[in-house]
Design a protein around this ligand. Structure first.
Ligand SMILES: Cc1ncc(COP(=O)(O)O)c(C=O)c1O
Length: 404
């Protein structure tokens, strides 16, 4: 059998429809973020990163870096095992306490990524609770969808951000079935934020458990970075809050927080927790330093909001359409995979602006976009340069007036 021919046939189809992914090879420059060195032949040596999920630049924060270096010097690199078999370090336990405190919960549980935390927690809840039904927002992240798929329990999809639809769907289920309402706070591709209070109220009315993904909100929203649930004073009404250490906290890893019984249950039954090597202790130490810093420092969040507002206003002034949303994510809709790729290529090659085209399957076909994430370390000059470049391209491209 010619397996390579089979692989290539499918890759060729991807290329033909414009959805083949090409990675930009970058070297982030510590101390100069969001500047990075590019190692691509057709890009300038130095580029400005406009699509990072290191939303606040914490990946280069002095305190965070020092915590990681100190922990490596004290404990070495890897954890050396699963949490169960020799892999639990003091740093993991301390980080779990930090996270439980962040969300005002009894306990927390670490995973190797946000993806794994969603996959492991939802699959375990759905599989282990007898007759469980998971009610999932239509636009939930792939990690939640995979978790539900693996759970093999009943799933019900409710209309995106529509508490009334959720209410109807909950009402149609048997009263005694354990129901889990799974949703996100900030949806990362459109940048919209859920009507959290209404969703919580509906879930409470039906006695359902609430499962909230705050991956694109932790560190960024709320007075201590506890996410939208903290900002809106709702954290105590949500049963499980899931988050990442890989985005605003600038490290890697994922977690859930909730009651002690809930975290112990997932710890005891989730294969995605049990059968994998724990995060390196140094990562846990760095993440804890990052969370601690953002619990008390609002400077990064304030400056980020300023730069987000500035970019939006300047795009508006030039008539460059972007999705209106209340978050830090600015999607400029292109609605064509080939044009999206071309625009990103020109921005990189001619302007040293790195923004990854967001195409299918990350977003539905026909909704391709450039997704900008201004941060506190983008300067006003960076913003002006980006807006100038987009203005020139907007005038040149045929898409200019075809996008909505
Ligand atoms: C909503 C959402 N949940 C979970 C994840 C996974 O988080 P991580 O990158 O830590 O695996 C992502 C990743 O982008 C996400 O967008």
């Amino acid at each position: 059998m010619d397996f390579d021919a089979m692989f290539n046939a499918q890759l060729d189809a991807l290329k033909e429809e414009g959805n083949y992914r090409i990675f930009a090879e970058l070297e982030r420059e510590c101390g100069a973020f969001p500047q990075a060195r590019s190692h691509d032949a057709d890009a300038p040596d130095k580029v400005t990163v406009w699509c990072s999920n290191d939303y606040l630049g914490m990946g280069q924060n002095e305190v965070v870096r020092q915590a990681m270096k100190d922990a490596i010097d004290r404990c070495g690199t890897g954890a050396g095992g699963t949490r169960n078999i020799s892999g639990t370090a003091r740093h993991h336990v301390a980080l779990e306490h930090e996270l439980a405190d962040l969300h005002g919960k009894e306990a927390a549980l670490l995973f190797t990524s946000g993806y794994v935390s969603n996959w492991a927690a939802l699959s375990t809840l759905g599989a282990r609770l007898p007759d469980a039904v998971i009610l999932s927002d239509a636009l939930n992240h792939a990690s939640m969808i995979e978790g539900m798929r693996h759970a093999r329990c009943q799933k019900v999809i409710w209309k995106h951000n529509d508490p009334e639809d959720l209410d109807r769907k909950l009402a149609a289920l048997p009263a005694n079935a354990p129901k889990i309402v799974a949703f996100e706070s900030v949806y990362s591709m459109d940048g919209d934020i859920c009507p959290m209070e209404e969703i919580v109220e509906v879930a409470e009315k039906h006695g359902a458990m609430t499962y909230l993904d705050e991956v694109h909100a932790v560190g960024l929203y709320g007075p201590r970075g506890g996410g939208v649930s903290e900002e809106r004073g709702l954290a105590h009404r949500i049963d499980l809050i899931e988050g990442t250490l890989g985005k605003a906290y600038g490290c890697v890893g994922g977690y859930i927080t909730g009651s002690a019984a809930l975290c112990d249950f997932i710890r005891s039954f989730a294969s995605g927790f049990i059968f994998t090597t724990a995060l390196p202790p140094a990562v846990a130490a760095a993440a804890q330093a990052s969370i601690r810093h953002l619990k008390t420092s609002d400077a990064e969040r304030r400056q980020q909001r300023r730069q987000v507002a500035q970019l939006r206003a300047k795009l508006d002034a030039r008539g460059i359409p972007h999705l209106d949303n209340p978050s830090h994510i600015i999607p400029v809709m292109i609605k064509d995979p080939v044009k999206c790729r071309q625009l990103a290529d020109i921005l990189m090659r001619d302007y040293g602006i790195y923004v990854q085209p967001i195409n299918y399957p990350t977003v539905p076909k026909g909704t391709e976009r450039l997704r900008f994430t201004p941060g506190p370390l983008h300067t006003d000059a960076d913003i002006d340069h980006l807006v100038e470049a987009l203005t020139v391209l907007w005038k040149q491209c045929a898409i200019a007036h075809a996008v909505a």
